[in-house]
Design a protein around this ligand. Structure first.
Ligand SMILES: Nc1ncnc2c1ncn2[C@@H]1O[C@H](COP(=O)(O)OP(=O)(O)O)[C@@H](O)[C@H]1O
Ligand SMILES: [Mg+2]
Length: 142
C-alpha cells in the first residue's frame, strides 16, 4: 500500500513501516512507522534510550533491522544498501573532516565517495564553498 503512495506522486523521501530492532532479547525499537515528505525538515526527538540512534543507524544502512520495511527515495534500506548510500548524506555531531587535508581535498574525497564525474568536481567544490563563505579557506587545512 505504501508503495502505491510513492508511485502515485505524493513523494515520501523516507518511509518506515513497522520497524522493530532487537538486541538479543531486548527490544530497543518497538514497531514504529513514519514518513518524511521530500523537501521537508523532520526532527526525530525522544528521551535517552528511546531508540533514535538505533533507528537512524539502521536507516543509514549501518545496522541490520529485526523487522519492518525502510525505504529512502524508494530504495530498500536492507536490500539496496549501495543505492541508498548514493542518495543520503550524514552530518555527524562531531567533525569528521581529515585535519591533515585541505578543505578542498576533504571535499574532493567526498566527491569520489559519491562518484561525481571528475570534470564536475572543481566547480561543485567552489559552488558549495561559496555558499558557506569558505572559499578563502579552500587551500587551508581544517
Ligand atoms: N548495541 C546495543 N546492544 C544492546 N542494547 C543496546 C545497544 N545499543 C543500544 N541499546 C539499547 O537500546 C535502547 C535504544 O538505544 P538508542 O538507540 O541508543 O537510543 P537513543 O539514541 O534514543 O538514546 C537503549 O535502551 C539502549 O540501552
Ligand atoms: Mg542516541
Amino acid at each position: 500500500m505504501w508503495l502505491d503512495i510513492y508511485y502515485n506522486g505524493n513523494m515520501n523521501i523516507i518511509e518506515v513501516r513497522n520497524f522493530t530492532k532487537k538486541y538479543g532479547s531486548f527490544t530497543a525499537v518497538d514497531n514504529i512507522s513514519f514518513d518524511v515528505a521530500e523537501g521537508s525538515i523532520f526532527s526525530f526527538l525522544g528521551p535517552n534510550g528511546a531508540g533514535k540512534s538505533t533507528t537512524i543507524n539502521t536507516l543509514c544502512t549501518i545496522f541490520e533491522k529485526t523487522e519492518g520495511e525502510m525505504r529512502i527515495d524508494g530504495k530498500d534500506v536492507m536490500r539496496q544498501k549501495d543505492k541508498v548510500r548514493q542518495v543520503i548524506g550524514v552530518v555527524f555531531q562531531e567533525s569528521t573532516l581529515d585535519t591533515k587535508m585541505t578543505l578542498e581535498e576533504n571535499l574532493r574525497m567526498h566527491c569520489h565517495f559519491y562518484r561525481l564525474e571528475r570534470r564536475e568536481m572543481s566547480a561543485r567544490i567552489d559552488l558549495v564553498l561559496g555558499i558557506v563563505d569558505l572559499l578563502p579557506w579552500k587551500k587551508k587545512t581544517t
